[in-house]
Design a protein around this ligand. Structure first.
Ligand SMILES: O=P(O)(O)OC[C@H]1O[C@@H](O)[C@H](O)[C@@H](O)[C@@H]1O
Length: 297
């Protein structure tokens, strides 16, 4: 799935971990395990690839994604944080949509390899740069637990002495075989349609991927199931610590407008995002932490 990047190995740490670069020197951490192959970028602590053995890739990565450390990578699991989308404040202050975590350099803090899989953690700490954008002290940790499926936990810790609110999302781009043979079940009964002035709507029991979709669903009780018929598989997404689930497909007009997605890219992806979107966000007192999680199987 990332063979199109024509990566070159520059360091092999052991049989499971290597560092590879693309033609422009952009680095990827490549993980190989008997249960899966995966790849991360330190830029954004971004999971760009995951494929369980003998299965199709679970995560979509745009073939024309741009790796220039200036904008978020199109595909994978971007980390939207400490705000979701464009808030009034971010618009007023000319700040980037979806916050700065996905366009920051993170550090790799731990890797633990077992027979069952790989646990890997990345850290982003407050700095002068982040404080110029968002004036708070924090530690942000992405804990990824990879086995034959994916568990991602984003832990926000308030390390300062004043409370703050945050919002965001684990903006998972799922890979599907063909949108025409794909439906979604298990979404909550109510949603707001971001494409129609945030109108409140009642959901159908089965969501077809047959038009542009940008919807914020209420939190679901159980798993959200993507029925990917052409691959003869279902993908179950369970979320924790979220207040909502964002479902997004840019459709052909959207894909055409993106420099970093092929025109037909929308046909093989669907975003199901574990999100915090309600105003004013999740409130964290000094010393407290909160976990936003998604499990994709
Ligand atoms: O192009 P971006 O900034 O990665 O955002 C992609 C999409 O992300 C989704 O989460 C939003 O609901 C959409 O409105 C947005 O278009």
């Amino acid at each position: 799935m990332i063979s199109h990047l024509k990566l070159k190995t520059i360091r092999t740490l052991n049989e499971h971990i290597s560092i590879e670069i693309d033609q422009n020197g952009f680095e990827f951490i490549i993980l190989k395990h008997k249960k899966f192959d995966a790849a991360f970028s330190l830029y954004g602590a971004h999971l760009v690839h995951f494929q369980a053995k003998n299965a199709a890739p679970l995560i979509y990565l745009s073939k024309t994604a741009i790796y220039d450390s200036k904008k978020a990578i199109r595909g994978g699991v971007p980390i939207c944080w400490p705000w979701f989308g464009n808030t009034e404040k971010s618009k007023q202050n000319g700040l980037a949509s979806h916050g700065f975590a996905r366009t920051s350099e993170w550090t790799l803090s731990t890797i633990n390899i077992t027979d069952l899989g790989i646990d890997i953690e990345f850290l982003l700490e407050a700095s002068q740069q982040t404080k110029a954008i968002w004036p708070h002290d924090f530690n942000l940790t992405l804990k990824a637990s990879l086995t034959d499926h994916i568990e991602l936990t984003l832990v926000t810790e308030n390390t300062g002495d004043t409370p703050f609110n945050y919002s965001g999302a684990l903006h998972t781009y799922l890979h599907i075989a063909d949108h025409r043979q794909c439906t979604v079940t298990g979404l909550a009964a109510n949603y707001t349609d971001s494409l129609q002035n945030n109108q409140a709507k009642k959901s159908q029991q089965v969501l077809n991927i047959d038009r542009p979709i940008d919807s914020i669903y209420e939190k679901s009780d159980g798993a959200i199931v993507v029925n990917d018929d052409a691959y003869k598989r279902t993908i179950a997404v369970s979320n924790e610590g979220n207040d909502s689930v964002v479902v997004w497909n840019p459709w052909i007009e959207g894909a055409k407008a993106f420099a970093d997605m092929p025109d037909d890219g929308y046909q093989t992806m669907l975003c199901i995002e574990s999100a915090i979107t309600a105003d004013p966000g999740y409130s964290l007192k000094p010393g407290d932490s909160h976990a936003l999680k998604t499990i994709i199987k």
